[in-house]
Design a protein around this ligand. Structure first.
Ligand SMILES: [Fe+2]
Ligand SMILES: [Fe+2]
Length: 204
């Protein structure tokens, strides 16, 4: 059966945008579940807890700034992916605790003791979890669901940058080792160059 046969004219209970990717082999229910888990990791495991981590980097203005970029970009990831969940016919749990508990990465809770090195290591491992989660979405959708793939790839680009930032900061803070990330700074805090929509530059 083709996507055309599945969705009759005027039918608002089905979506061609979903049937075409199902026809190409995407397990849509599994994809929705994974996207909700990833949204939980962005919003609950990282964005919320990074707020606390940033507070406790007091005295390290440079670390605070990078942590803030990662925090705001994770919020941008949440904003970017949530509409896709609904487009696919899914929805967020109507309960914040349930949402938190199904997140795909562990909560980045303030470590004890909350030293800069401990906080940076936690940030690093959170970014690594995010990379693993988003590349799974890329693998699942590559060549089959270009829209989800594009969104996940944008997020993945930033997660890979975040990992590099925290490797650099942790290596210096903990080991006094120089492991450059290649990064200088975002233009604005939480700039999110890949995951926020930007207007096209029109010269003249
Ligand atoms: Fe993120
Ligand atoms: Fe991140």
């Amino acid at each position: 059966m083709t996507a055309k046969d599945v969705v009759k004219a005027g039918d608002v209970t089905k979506r061609v945008g979903v049937e075409v990717i199902r026809a190409r082999g995407v397990d849509v229910d599994k994809l929705i579940k994974m996207l909700i888990a990833n949204a939980g990791a962005e919003f609950a495991s990282t964005y919320y807890y990074y707020t606390i981590l940033r507070m406790h980097l007091a005295g390290h203005e440079d670390y605070k700034e990078i942590c803030e970029d990662a925090r705001l970009e994770d919020r941008a990831h949440w904003e970017l992916i949530v509409p896709r969940i609904y487009e696919l016919g899914g929805e967020l749990p109507n309960d914040l605790v349930a949402f938190h508990n199904q997140a795909g990465c562990p909560a980045a809770k303030l470590p004890d003791p909350p030293t800069a090195a401990n906080i940076l290591q936690l940030l690093l491992e959170s970014e690594r979890c995010a990379i693993r989660s988003w590349i799974e979405i890329c693998d699942m959708t590559f060549g089959k669901d270009p829209r989800t793939y594009d969104l996940a790839a944008r997020i993945l680009n930033e997660e890979i940058e975040h990992e590099a930032w925290f490797i650099e900061l942790l290596a210096w803070e903990r080991d006094k080792k120089s492991v450059p990330s290649g990064h200088f700074r975002r233009g604005e805090p939480g700039d999110a160059p890949y995951s926020k929509n930007r207007p096209f530059y029109i010269p003249g």
